[in-house]
Every structure is written in structure tokens, then in C-alpha cells.
Design a protein around this ligand. Structure first.
Ligand code: UD1
Length: 379
């Protein structure tokens, strides 16, 4: 074989070999974004894909049960880090991820969303000179007191490939001077709903378990640090909850349950119209959002899922990264203010337009194709 033939042969061999990817996840929203991509990567046949779980979430209904429900394989590595002060948690994660990276020697690292596990994964990968692909890139809340905003900024700074869910994401990156390797692919969480719509729609009997009727209840969640680290905002939110005019389905995040007890606030579980339950599985949550009169939430996931299901939403936070859903009139920002929440719950109407601005359920396949091209080009 001549030298040029052998070069071409080696390049072809490399192109045909599997690219090794390491996904870093740790918290519930990471797993939801991982699930469609893990499936698409597997189906493409072009990758060897390993999963590292930092252990940020460890309660069964925030972690293991979700892995089972979403058809995810067991994580290949679990660091078991658990809860703690944010900088401590992030530091422990970086050290643990670094060790796994040195064992696995991946070609690239994938990180998802904006949790502490996301930022830790991006930092550890960059410190190993590995390309970092960020799924759900470019979103901003423009307030560094929000833990997720710090994670967004750190992750953007470390990333090499940016998969944006919305045009706003692309614009935010451009505003920070990032324009190459930026791909608008739509929201990957929507993939999961899109591809399971029958199952979500045909599960309306689930409502009987909560003794609620379609269009005649609120779906409510609250867990962000802003709303749970101090008693005042939480009391405002609980006051609104107490006065709402219809039944409320309220899956209670463990952080919120602990905050209510620690601050000695009235427990919504004692309000007769509130169905306070432990965190619910992904698909049951989608059914409950889809058939609700409104979603009232500070969760970025629920905000965009409500939009997808044409369910109007009240955002009990000061801002959101899902700005398109507010601009279209589907979501309304009230902050944690009981009067504003109750006023909107009474008056908000469905807007006339819905542009499906979060994508069409093909984010995972697009990301898979782009990753393959990117890594082929590096061989
Ligand atoms: C994390 C993410 C947030 C995401 C949310 C989904 C960060 C900064 N935040 O918030 O973006 O929307 O996950 O749930 O990464 N706890 C338990 N059991 C668990 C995990 C946590 O009881 O399995 C309690 C602990 O008291 C812990 C607190 O919740 O201290 C906060 O947990 P943490 O993972 O730091 O943040 P989340 O509020 O879950």
C-alpha cells in the first residue's frame, strides 16, 4: 500500500470507528434531556456512550425511578456526591468527574441544561482538553444570584459545541461573541413529549387518582432557590395556594418540604383543595400539565412543557429563560406575589397564537448527526 493509500485507509478506519462520548448528569432535568439523546446515539450506531451520574439527586423519585421510566440504562459511574453547599458540591463533582474522564478517555463530553452537575462536567472536561457539547445552550436569566445562571455562564465559557433550544439562545451566545459551532436544534425535552404524545393524552383517567377534572384544576410546583431559601417568598406563594379557587395538584420537591418545615410555614398538604404528593414521574406529570386549567410554577421544565401542551402558565419567579413563551402570551411572570398570582389565575386567557417555538421533536437526531460530523472532522 502506498503512503497516500495508507493515509486514506487510516482516515476511513477512524471514520468508521465509534466515537466515545461521556454524558455527565446528576439532577432530574439532566436525565430528561439525556433520555432522547441516549436513544438517538444508540440507534445511530456511531458512538460508544458512557453515562456518569454525579449523585446530585439521590431520592428514588428524583433519580432511579426516572431512569427506569425513561428507559435509560444504569449509569456506568455514580459518584454519589449528594447534597451540600454549592461550591463544595461543585468541587467534589469536578474531582470525581476528572477521575472518571482519565479512565474512560472519551473523545468528547456532553453536558445538559444548567445544574451544578452540568457546570462541573464542563469544567472537568475542559481541564482535560476535551471538546464539551452543551445541550440547551445559550439561555440566560441575567442574575448571578440564581445558581443556575452561574452554571449557564460557566458552561458556555467551557463549551465548544452549542445546541440551542430557541432563537433567544442563539442570540444570547452571539451577544457574547460566540457564533461558531452554534446550532439551533429545538428543545430536547420536547422530543420526549412529542414522541410519547399518545401515552400522555390517553392517560386522562390518571386525573381520577387526584380527584380532579380536565380544565378544572391547577398544576403547581415550586423549588427554585429564590423561592425556598427565605420564608417571605414561600409564604406569599403558600398564601396564593391557599386561596386558589380550584383544586391544586402539587408534587412537592424535597427541598420545598424541608423549607416549609424549617420556617414553620402553613403546610399546603393541610389545605382541603390541595393534593400535595411526592414528586411524580415524567409522563404522568405531562398528562397532569396537559389537562390542567393552568400551570403555576418556578420550574423551567414545567414552563416550557405547559407551553407545549397549550396550558397557560404563571411563573412565580422574577424572570425566565423561556422568553418566547412569555412573548406569545402563554406564560406570565408574577414573581412570588400572592395577589398577582391570584389575579392572573382568575383572568388569564389562552392567546390566539401558538408557534411551537420550542421545536418539533427532532433535537436528539439533529444533535447526533452534528456530533458525528464534528468528531469525524477531528479524526
Ligand atoms: C436542582 C437544580 C435545578 C433543577 C432541580 C430539579 C442546581 C443548582 N439546581 O435543584 O436547576 O431545576 O435540581 O429538581 O443544580 N434533595 C433531596 N433529595 C435529593 C436531592 C436534593 O432531598 O435527591 C434536597 C436536599 O435538601 C438538597 C436540596 O434538595 O439540599 C437541594 O438539592 P440540589 O440538588 O442542590 O438542588 P435542587 O433544588 O434539586
Amino acid at each position: 500500500m502506498s503512503s497516500w493509500q495508507s493515509t486514506i485507509f487510516n482516515q476511513a478506519k477512524l471514520r468508521n470507528s465509534l466515537h466515545k462520548l461521556l454524558s455527565i448528569v446528576g439532577a432530574r432535568p439532566n436525565f430528561i434531556k439525556l433520555a432522547p439523546l441516549a436513544k438517538a446515539l444508540h440507534e445511530s450506531g456511531g458512538f460508544e456512550h458512557k453515562i456518569l451520574h454525579t449523585g446530585q439527586h439521590y431520592d428514588a423519585n428524583l433519580s432511579d425511578n426516572l431512569f427506569i421510566e425513561l428507559g435509560l440504562p444504569l449509569a456506568d459511574y455514580n459518584l454519589g456526591i449528594g447534597s451540600g453547599r454549592q461550591a463544595w458540591q461543585l468541587g467534589q463533582m469536578v474531582v470525581g468527574i476528572d477521575e472518571v474522564i482519565s479512565k474512560v478517555e472519551p473523545d468528547a463530553v456532553l453536558v445538559y441544561g444548567d445544574t451544578n452537575s452540568t457546570a462541573a462536567g464542563a469544567i472537568a472536561a475542559a481541564k482535560n482538553y476535551l471538546p464539551v457539547a452543551h445541550v440547551e445552550a445559550g439561555l440566560r436569566e441575567f442574575d448571578k444570584k440564581i445558581p443556575e445562571e452561574v452554571n449557564k455562564l460557566l458552561t458556555t465559557a467551557m463549551a465548544d459545541l452549542y445546541f440551542c433550544p430557541t432563537k433567544t439562545g442563539v442570540r444570547n451566545l452571539a451577544a457574547s461573541g460566540i457564533t461558531s459551532n452554534v446550532h439551533l436544534v429545538g428543545d430536547i425535552g420536547i422530543d420526549l413529549i412529542f414522541n410519547n404524545l399518545d401515552r400522555i393524552e390517553n392517560n386522562a383517567s390518571l386525573l381520577e387518582n387526584y380527584d380532579v377534572k380536565p380544565g378544572q384544576y391547577y398544576f403547581f410546583t415550586c423549588h427554585r432557590a429564590n423561592n425556598t431559601e427565605r420564608p417571605d417568598p414561600l409564604l406569599e406563594i403558600i398564601t396564593a395556594l391557599e386561596e386558589l379557587d380550584l383544586p391544586v395538584v402539587f408534587p412537592v420537591h424535597p427541598r420545598t418540604a424541608k423549607a416549609i418545615a424549617a420556617f414553620g410555614l402553613p403546610d399546603p398538604a393541610n389545605f382541603p383543595h390541595v393534593r400535595a404528593v411526592p414528586p411524580i414521574g415524567f409522563f404522568d406529570t405531562q398528562t397532569l400539565i396537559r389537562f390542567a386549567k393552568m400551570a403555576i410554577t418556578d420550574s423551567g421544565g414545567v414552563i416550557k412543557e405547559a407551553y407545549f401542551h397549550h396550558t397557560p402558565g404563571i411563573i412565580i419567579d422574577q424572570q425566565t429563560e423561556w422568553v418566547e413563551t412569555v412573548e406569545e402570551g402563554w406564560n406570565h411572570i408574577t414573581g412570588p406575589r400572592s395577589e398577582a398570582i391570584l389575579g392572573l389565575a382568575r383572568t388569564a386567557e389562552n392567546p390566539k397564537t401558538h408557534t411551537n417555538c420550542l421545536g418539533n421533536g427532532t433535537a436528539a437526531t439533529q444533535i447526533t448527526k452534528i456530533l458525528k460530523e464534528y468528531l469525524d472532522a477531528r479524526c
